[in-house]
Design a protein around this ligand. Structure first.
Ligand SMILES: NC(=O)c1ccc[n+]([C@@H]2O[C@H](COP(=O)([O-])OP(=O)(O)OC[C@H]3O[C@@H](n4cnc5c(N)ncnc54)[C@H](O)[C@@H]3O)[C@@H](O)[C@H]2O)c1
Length: 350
């Protein structure tokens, strides 16, 4: 049976997983990570303009499904994302995502996109962009703790954006480290597999924790963090899901995305509600200080905020015409007369 032909306005550009993979290669991973960091930085600079709300989380015993909306008044976006640490043992990913960009003036969707790959890229770009403001200037070595799906993207972003040339990798599962080592070979990084997190920390000026673990895990203990280190804590992003010992937080200068969300989901859920933190956008806008002394321990308590996804979708939208890497999806019912939706239904009458 043939389907009725959609009208022009029915179509919304859709970036599939295949299109996203091709786009990443066409643009080049390094350039895309740098571009995404710049897009996110630009949007953080205009932070007060945005609608902001902690993401809407639906928790279950095995994980969480979240909706992440925001708007700058001209564009609106949301991302659907899950976090299920138990998925891996069933051969499924911990994190998957897709998202939508819409025109605020009409409310019409403008772009639907896969965001599992895009989330890994935007998270890595965000981490490295934050480190550009917070990490020691001369940092060359990063400890990468947790070598799962996000890890290679993190390593490559820190190389492309912060000039890291050595990565010391550790995972409770040596197979994950072997996978990351294989994926990262020939990428201009010196790779050192480590047997313990303590070994991974040796000589590192930056540590990224990117694990998906049980309730209140302690991936880093206080004795592992020397002065001058920058901590990029990615994996603690849900109530009850943390990676750092509380004592580390008490010694650190803490930088966050959106405090009302981070106080629920981030490492700082372990601290009092009024514990001082700095909003990263203020560092970028020049109204708050980033790192102020070489001996300072800086912590980016990353949970992932909607504006980062907004920036990533905006970036993909801006690449659509030059790359042509999208399909037209018949997503929007478009009746001939806007009040005659019922009449439109008759187009499919057998
Ligand atoms: N902050 C953000 O914006 C953001 C974005 C995406 C993902 N995340 C979070 O990052 C984490 C990692 O995501 P992923 O997609 O790479 O997950 P993943 O399941 O693919 O990888 C997690 C890795 O952590 C390892 N691990 C678990 N416990 C460990 C421990 N105690 N020490 C060392 N390694 C350990 C696992 O063996 C696995 O290889 C998740 O918790 C996810 O929710 C955060």
């Amino acid at each position: 049976m043939s389907l009725p032909q959609p009208s022009e306005r029915a179509f919304v550009p859709f970036v599939s997983v295949a299109a996203m993979m091709t786009l990443i290669h066409q643009v080049g991973l390094d350039r895309m990570l740098r571009d995404l960091a710049d897009y996110i930085e630009d949007d953080f600079r205009r932070w007060p303009l945005f609608d902001k709300t902690p993401r809407v989380a639906s928790h279950s015993t095995d994980g969480v499904i979240e909706l992440m909306p925001t708007s700058d008044g001209a564009l609106y976006s949301f991302k659907y994302v899950n976090g299920h640490p138990k998925n891996m043992k069933d051969g499924l990913q911990t994190v998957t995502a897709f998202g939508l960009l819409a025109d605020v003036a009409t409310g019409y969707p403008m772009l639907l996109s896969e965001m599992t790959l895009l989330t890994a890229l935007r998270t890595a770009a965000m981490s490295a962009m934050a480190a550009r403001h917070l990490a020691p200037r001369d940092a060359t070595t990063m400890a990468m703790i947790g070598n799962g799906a996000q890890s290679e993207f993190q390593c490559l972003a820190f190389r492309a954006i912060c000039g890291i040339h050595t990565v010391r990798l550790y995972d409770v599962d040596p197979a994950a480290t072997a996978k990351a080592m294989a994926n990262l070979r020939d990428q201009g990084l010196t790779l050192i597999p480590c047997k313990t997190p303590e070994e991974a920390m040796e000589g590192a000026q930056i540590v990224t924790t990117c694990t998906a673990d049980k309730q209140f895990a302690t991936i880093l203990t206080d004795n592992m963090i020397g002065s001058g280190i920058h901590i990029n804590a990615i994996g603690g992003d849900c109530p009850g899901k943390t990676e750092l010992h509380r004592d580390i937080l008490l010694r650190s200068e803490i930088f966050v995305e959106f405090p009302p969300q981070t106080r629920i989901e981030g490492e700082i859920q372990q601290l009092d509600d009024d514990h001082p933190v700095t909003e990263l956008w203020q560092v970028i806008a020049g109204t708050a200080a980033g790192r102020t002394a070489p001996a300072q321990i800086t912590l980016f308590d990353s949970v992932g905020f909607a504006i980062e996804d907004f920036s990533a979708l905006r970036y993909i939208r801006d690449r659509l015409e030059e790359t042509g890497l999208y399909q037209q999806l018949d997503l929007l019912a478009d009746p001939d007369d806007p009040r005659d939706l019922f009449g439109m239904l008759q187009r499919a009458q057998p």
